[in-house]
Ligand binder design. Sequence first.
Ligand SMILES: Cc1cc2nc3c(=O)[nH]c(=O)nc-3n(C[C@H](O)[C@H](O)[C@H](O)COP(=O)(O)OP(=O)(O)OC[C@H]3O[C@@H](n4cnc5c(N)ncnc54)[C@H](O)[C@@H]3O)c2cc1C
Length: 405
Amino acid sequence: MNAPTAGGGGPIVVAGAGYAGLHVALRLTAKLRNHPAVELTLVDRHDYHQVITELPRVAGGTRAAGAVRIPLQDMLATRVRFVRAEITGFDLAGRRLLTGAGPIGWRRLVLALGSRPNDFAIPGLAQRTLSLYSAGDAERVWAAVSKALDDAAAAADPERQRRLATVVVGGGGATGVELAGELAEIMPEAASRHGLAPGRPAVQLVEAGPTILAGSSPQLIDKAARILSDLGVQVHTNAVVAAATADGFRLTDGQLVQGGVFVWAGGVKAPELVADSALPTGHNGRVKVDRYLRVLDRPEIYAAGDLASVTDPRTGHVLPPLAQAALEEGETVARNLDAELEGRPLESFTFHDKGFVVSVGTRRGVADIAGITTGGRLAHLLKDTIEWEYRQSVRHLRGWDPVAR
Ligand SMILES: Cc1cc2nc3c(=O)[nH]c(=O)nc-3n(C[C@H](O)[C@H](O)[C@H](O)COP(=O)(O)OP(=O)(O)OC[C@H]3O[C@@H](n4cnc5c(N)ncnc54)[C@H](O)[C@@H]3O)c2cc1C
């Protein structure tokens, strides 16, 4: 299971300070204590780390965008050189990362640039829908909802009011379900503040497949569907969006789903930068890696997080784009970079599934953990705890090696 390594010093560059990249940098910082000459550089377009799993709350106006942007300077030891720059390409032959701040040379590169919304080339979708993949996106969703409620309050015709005050969410995966639930719970009260009847707003969830939360247990899906129904969310399954038009989502069966705000949460794909590179890519443009998380035929480059196509050897399936997987992959990459420096064999990546938790609204949720399905307040509490724990763990990692700071 272990691969021999070449070892050696030289710059290590981590591209992306999201869940995977930040954790590579944090965990490697302490390990580099014995290698003071090795330069560790982290590059990101933002000088903050985004807690993406909390975005539905920002989109529902219950959390400020600033609260999910953690400044990197609060987390990184001085040992890590942070470069705030847009990464524009890769010079693979010259071993340089191309950025707006100039090229950055590397001996080892870690690719952790996340993903972007996948519009599946559906006409009009990219132009007419909002997405939810950054704190800025989430702020835009909440601003659009607030404006739609204002516009609805100013409209005289009840039909028009209803249409304007309707949010349509495309994609019934965890992101779509969390967003739909959050908005359905928040919007009645927000409507009152805008002078609208609390019953006027509506949330519609449009899913192409036969169920929401595809791949989850039937019990979990059933519990989530019940909560959504209780919150008044209208769920359309087997509803394939053919086009996003000025009037709404046109489905392949001809039906039109109308609304005032449209958000697309129908899936993700690898960043364009990767798609345009010579790196080996698989489904949705994710970069193919070996069991040590090194890019296939490029042992000098590691990939982790949403961008990496990592096969779980136990199931034979590619792991879904989840923060949980990104964090674990980041840990393995840090250990393998250290192993290379120390001349130890590399470690195969193994995914330890901690379970699946989805919030549905501001008070309830669903969870599948160790084969047990729960729904209701306990699951929401669990989600809160996971978020709290994540922030604590980042603090812990920041402080775990005072020598390196
Ligand atoms: C709304 C929502 C809710 C979610 N909830 C959950 C959940 O509850 N549990 C869970 O496990 N997963 C959840 N996920 C999935 C999870 O957020 C992702 O799997 C995770 O963020 C992937 O981590 P990553 O490090 O690969 O990418 P990211 O966290 O997206 O980080 C990528 C980094 O790369 C930087 N970057 C990208 N391109 C460039 C460039 N060209 N130049 C410079 N910098 C660049 C970005 O600024 C970013 O900092 C959710 C996703 C969404 C959208």
